[in-house]
Design a protein around this ligand. Sequence first.
Ligand code: SAH
Length: 207
Amino acid sequence: MTGSKARLAIELSKLKVFDKPDLKLEQYPTDSEVAAAALWNASMNGDIEDKVVADLGCGTGVLGIGCLLLGANKVFFVEKDHEALKILEKNLKSFRCLGEAEIVEGDVEYFAGKADVVVQNPPFGTKQEHADKAFLERAFATANTIYSFHKTSTQNFVEAISADHGFEVTHKWKFSFPLKQTQEFHKSRIKRIEVTCFRIHKSGNLK
Ligand code: SAH
């Protein structure tokens, strides 16, 4: 069990990330400080400890492993990229005293499990249009409480699609995401993008 947000960020910073990120799949690991801050908020809301969590598009696992460190009972790690899952397995082995971890290899579209909470930092849909929509729809079918990262500029879309599915946005936390530059000529600059972590909860009111 991890006793402070700073400690959690340190633990998460030790995880291995993608060897060769597949840009088509928008493989960017969530920065450990950002992941720790978002998961800490979730934990303070009573949404992690003793819960069953689904980490959709888990990549190398920073969000789901953070949940296990914060006392989740079980985490489903759902990911379609086999290489990312190999790294996830190494990451899981590097921590002791974890709750149950179940790896589900495949497209999130076909994930049929149920959980109390979904955590996800999905593709933002810049390479595959509507990738973020597919993740949100799967999240609505999986859990009543969802923590999902999206570009801040798409906030209206996130709120509207949530309402369409009988969910509502209850909290928003803004982050500046550090993105590693891939182009040589940008190497000296750290690019940041404005991202919001949304807490979305089932309201039961269908439009
Ligand atoms: N959640 C991780 C990774 C974020 S990058 C983190 O926070 O660090 C987005 C991840 O979604 C990548 O690992 C990518 O391979 C995965 N992904 C993209 N589309 C997917 C799909 N349709 N089904 C399952 N995983 C997918």
